[in-house]
Write a protein that binds this ligand. Structure first.
Ligand code: CAA
Length: 471
């Protein structure tokens, strides 16, 4: 059955000027093989046939449904499902009714939104993609993105707390943790009873993340953890840390492990809270580990898997931060649109002056473009397709958009934009961090350019029939 199908795929790919013969890109041992363990949502009907392509370097799957005389590969729909719309509305209401009233004060006082985060947990926003078996919402990435976007329109401090917990801690544990680790930690994290932190950055290992100085010495039945992490989101409030540490320095990044550390264990010291430009209500700390005994069973994955764990987890995390940036830009845009219709100058609303109307047009266009990139990255992840490049592109573009247009929002508001009451100055300060954390804009360009140059870019062919990926 495979050969005729390959012929047909080749025909279509050639017809669409695709530069590589299809058979050359199909590792035959994988044809009709079982999907990778994380690819669970395959459906086969009598008419359908699943082709699984595994990429050279990593088990990335492309599921292709083939019907007689037609190649049907995930069609492009722009509508959200009823469930996704409901999540979006719930997040919008929560942001407006619960988060907005105290957001200026929390920002000014650097006050962690404790009761608000508890409510987010009760509403299911802290473990949205976690399997219901472990107390999570079992939702797709797009639903998570929609919630992040709505919450970020109002309160980016709350959304980063949510983002780190959902996409770095819960997702990483669910995807790569052992059954015991998941059973022990996920139910508390997914419900917001506990909050988690992701501890990769160090004083001398920020963008250069392979240069980990924190050590995890193998002592037989446990690791002895020593070192310092900084810029740790949720650092003063989290109960669990996922800590990257070097076990085999001679192996470079291949010697790094990720350890699950409970913050009340002896030797964990929480340093001072950072006084930040933006996302001021979120809780960012330096953490010191001195001779912390971490049981062996708290290592995630095989010995030396820690750096890959961090990179794979950050690929998804970047979608969350891209959604945050999208929300910040969207919030600034909505406020600017409303203000420009109310505020009059020279005898008419300022929205009727081209100088302002064109700013609004540019904002709306960039936000729409960012939205497409962010939603597509989430969609690719939900289809179990390669999303590393897509998430980097989404984060890069959405965060640049957020920075550019929050500055414009302040400009549209004039003097009012410069005071706290009108919210846009806070959104402008909050936007800046989206260009920095979970990989700076420069790191995203490293990721994108390497994948482009390696030919590992997800390649959509816009003839309405085929969406392919080089393997
Ligand atoms: N998936 C799987 N493996 C990956 C990977 C990915 N996405 N990216 C890299 N790797 C692997 C590589 O294949 C390589 O392994 P092999 O040698 O076995 O092939 C290994 O990791 C090292 O990769 P590189 O050689 O590409 O490493 P590099 O030193 O050139 O750096 C980098 C790559 C992309 C710059 C990376 O260091 C990076 O992402 N830096 C930014 C770190 C970051 O995002 N920090 C954010 C901190 S967390 C945070 O901000 C959370 C918060 O609180 C809000």
């Amino acid at each position: 059955m495979v050969e005729p199908l390959l012929g047909r795929l080749n025909h279509l790919f050639h017809a669409s000027q695709f530069p590589f013969p299809f058979h050359a890109r199909l590792p035959s041992p994988f044809i009709n093989s079982e999907p990778p363990s994380h690819a669970r949502k395959i459906t086969n009907t009598d008419q359908d046939f699943s082709l699984i392509l595994l990429r050279k370097t990593s088990p990335i799957a492309l599921f292709t449904r083939i019907l007689p005389n037609q190649i049907l590969i995930k069609r492009m729909f722009f509508e959200l499902t009823e469930e996704q719309l409901a999540v979006q509305q719930a997040a919008r209401d929560f942001a407006q009714n619960v988060l907005k009233p105290g957001v200026i004060e929390r920002d000014r006082e650097m006050k962690f939104p404790k009761s608000e985060v508890r409510q987010m947990g009760e509403m299911g926003f802290m473990g949205m993609m976690v399997d219901p078996e472990y107390g999570g919402g079992g939702m797709d990435t797009l639903s998570y993105v929609l919630a992040m976007e709505e919450i970020s329109k109002v309160d980016a401090s709350s959304s980063v707390i949510m983002s780190v917990n959902n996409s770095l801690v819960c997702w990483g544990l669910q995807q790569y943790g052992s059954e015991e680790q998941k059973a022990k930690y996920l139910p508390k994290l997914a419900t917001g009873e506990w909050i988690g932190s992701f501890c990769l950055s160090e004083p001398e290992a920020g963008s250069d993340a392979t240069s980990q100085r924190t050590t995890a010495v193998d002592m037989g039945d446990h690791y002895l953890l020593n070192g310092t992490k900084n810029w740790i989101t949720n650092g003063g409030t989290s109960s669990v840390h996922l800590v990257m540490a070097q076990t085999h320095p001679e192996k470079g990044h291949k010697g790094i492990n990720c350890l699950i550390v409970e913050t009340d264990w002896p030797g964990v010291v929480i340093g001072a809270k950072e006084d930040k430009l933006g996302i001021r209500a979120s809780d960012t700390h330096t953490i010191m580990y001195t001779d912390v005994k971490v049981p062996k069973e708290n290592r995630i994955g095989e010995d030396g898997f820690g750096f890959k764990f961090a990179m794979k987890t950050l690929e998804g995390g970047r979608i969350g931060i891209a959604a945050q940036a999208l929300g910040i830009a969207g919030g600034a845009y909505e406020l600017s649109l409303a203000y420009s219709k109310e505020r009059a100058a020279f005898g008419k609303p300022i929205s009727q002056h081209q100088a302002i109307a064109f700013k609004l047009a540019d904002m709306a266009t960039d936000i729409e473009a960012a939205k497409l990139l962010v939603y597509r990255a989430a969609w690719l992840k939900d289809q179990y397709m390669d999303y590393g490049t897509a998430s980097a592109m989404a984060k890069l573009f959405a965060s640049e958009t957020a920075m550019k247009h929050t500055v414009e929002a302040v400009q549209i508001h004039g003097g009012y934009g410069y005071v706290k009451e009108y919210h846009v100055e806070r959104l402008m300060r909050d936007a800046k961090i989206t260009q920095i954390y979970e990989g700076t804009s420069e790191v995203q360009r490293i990721v994108i350019s390497r994948n482009v140059l390696n030919g590992q870019l997800y390649i959509p062919i816009w003839n309405g029939k085929v969406v392919g990926m080089e393997v």
